[in-house]
Design a protein around this ligand. Structure first.
Ligand SMILES: Cc1cc2nc3c(=O)[nH]c(=O)nc-3n(C[C@H](O)[C@H](O)[C@H](O)COP(=O)(O)OP(=O)(O)OC[C@H]3O[C@@H](n4cnc5c(N)ncnc54)[C@H](O)[C@@H]3O)c2cc1C
Length: 262
């Protein structure tokens, strides 16, 4: 039994091809927008992509390109705040981030996959990946309970020993065992792993989905491991895209947005 901590690695974020953006803006007459980049008014690729998507909708790169638009906001924070307050959330769907979620339990992965729109998921396959031990996260209150830990550790060690016994019993490491047989037996063996076994997932989500899942999964009613996980994701996102995550207040670990369901 291995005592582990859930971890979040932000492994991918948006990157804009500014040459292509410039070529597009020359076509539509909005190159002033790029001059703001040189002045440092545009902050990072994630925020710039959200702003680009919004401005494309109204051709609001500068006043009068669209005769209906006589004024444009030139402050990015104010522009994006208006996107949030007016619930023009579809523009946020272009902005995706990928997180390697490490040492999260099957309890948590099962809850996470319930969130459907705006995500991509690749989950470690315990049909292919054979368990050689049982990595497990314990909350602090459990760690502080000596008798609970003694019994839990003993049970997990027994399950771990059973995994090793089965692998040996099925002769999985013998020469020439066909892969389909290893897969069949490994899949059978995983049934004897607890729901709390730590595993991993690559989870990609757009900002609209991130805002919704951060709120839902840090709520006091949510399960404690997923609350911990989404607290970490929320902290990362506030650094990555402050203008789109700066409206939250945090109370006892719950991230409460000023604008819900954008
Ligand atoms: C505290 C808590 C307790 C829970 N307990 C249980 C439980 O006991 N049993 C259980 O089965 N689940 C439970 N869940 C899971 C919950 O029911 C949802 O499936 C999960 O939170 C996904 O969130 P979501 O419904 O907002 O959907 P998401 O997939 O995250 O979708 C985001 C939003 O898109 C819209 N949307 C998505 N799909 C559709 C659709 N098909 N039709 C219309 N609108 C759509 C909705 O507005 C939705 O809120 C619980 C969740 C929480 C946070």
């Amino acid at each position: 039994m291995r005592n582990v901590q859930p971890e979040v690695f932000l492994i991918a974020r948006p990157q804009i091809n500014y040459d292509a953006v410039a070529a597009y803006l020359r076509e539509v007459g909005g190159t002033n927008w790029l001059e703001r980049l040189d002045r440092g008014d545009l902050h990072n690729d994630a925020l710039n992509l959200a702003e680009f998507a919004g401005r494309l909708c109204y051709r609001s790169w500068e006043p009068r390109l669209n005769p209906n638009v006589t004024r444009v906001r030139s402050d990015q924070d104010a522009y994006l705040q208006n996107i949030l307050s007016s619930a023009h959330g579809s523009v946020l769907e272009h902005v995706n981030f990928s997180f390697a979620l490490h040492n999260i339990s099957r309890v948590t992965t099962h809850e996470l996959v319930r969130h459907r729109p705006g995500v991509a998921i690749s989950q470690e396959s315990l049909r292919f990946v054979r368990l050689t031990d049982i990595p497990f996260w314990f909350p602090d209150w459990a760690l502080a309970d000596d008798e609970l830990m003694r019994r839990a550790t003993s049970l997990l060690e027994q399950l771990e020993q059973f995994q090793l016994w089965m692998a040996d019993h099925f002769g999985l490491d013998a020469q020439g065992v066909p892969f389909h047989e290893k897969k069949q037996k490994t899949s059978f063996m995983r049934r004897f792993a607890p729901d709390g076994v730590a595993t991993g997932m690559l989870w990609t989500a757009n900002i609209r989905t991130l805002r919704h899942t951060i709120e839902a999964r840090t709520d006091p009613g949510a399960e404690e491991e997923i609350r911990l996980l989404f607290g970490m994701i929320a902290e990362l996102m506030r650094v990555e895209a402050p203008a789109l995550f700066g409206d939250y207040t945090v109370q006892d670990g719950a991230w409460i947005p000023r604008w819900r369901k954008v």
